[in-house]
Design a protein around this ligand. Structure first.
Ligand SMILES: Nc1nc2c(c(=O)[nH]1)N=C([C@H](O)[C@@H](O)CO)CN2
Length: 120
């Protein structure tokens, strides 16, 4: 089966995130990658943004949600962002990566990568 992807890469957002006391009082950077299954053929045929998944609309919604969030775990942030995109946009399936850069000394980043489907 052919699957097209609309993606948002390296979306940088500042949020409250972390399990330690000191992390509850600061904002830290997370970097989000989002790969969304979407059949682009109709939009391409009509050259029409109304027939596609508007990545700007998705990105703005994700930024607003993450900026307002105060989760402890990157796992929770990933699950909630995935649920939001599946609920609010015509996406059947997505993969999402949340990277918390420099959270672990010696590592460029740490985090989670998940794949979720609508209704599962
Ligand atoms: N699996 C996880 N492990 C850890 C998390 C997390 O969100 N998921 N968070 C922390 C701390 O907040 C850390 O990022 C602070 O540097 C530790 N382990």
């Amino acid at each position: 089966m052919r699957v097209d992807t609309i993606f948002i890469e390296q979306l940088v957002v500042e949020t409250v995130i972390g399990i330690y006391d000191w992390e509850r009082h600061i904002r830290q950077r997370v970097v989000i990658d989002l790969d969304m299954d979407f059949d682009i053929r109709a939009a391409a045929a009509g050259d029409d943004v109304e027939q596609t998944l508007n990545y700007k609309a998705v990105g703005k919604r994700v930024i607003a949600f993450v900026e307002a969030a105060e989760f402890q775990l990157v796992e929770t942030l990933a699950e909630r962002v995935a649920a939001l995109v599946l609920d609010e946009f015509p996406v059947q399936r997505l993969s999402l990566r949340v990277n918390k850069p420099h959270a672990l000394r010696g590592a460029a980043g740490v985090g989670v990568r998940i794949t979720r489907e609508r209704g599962s």
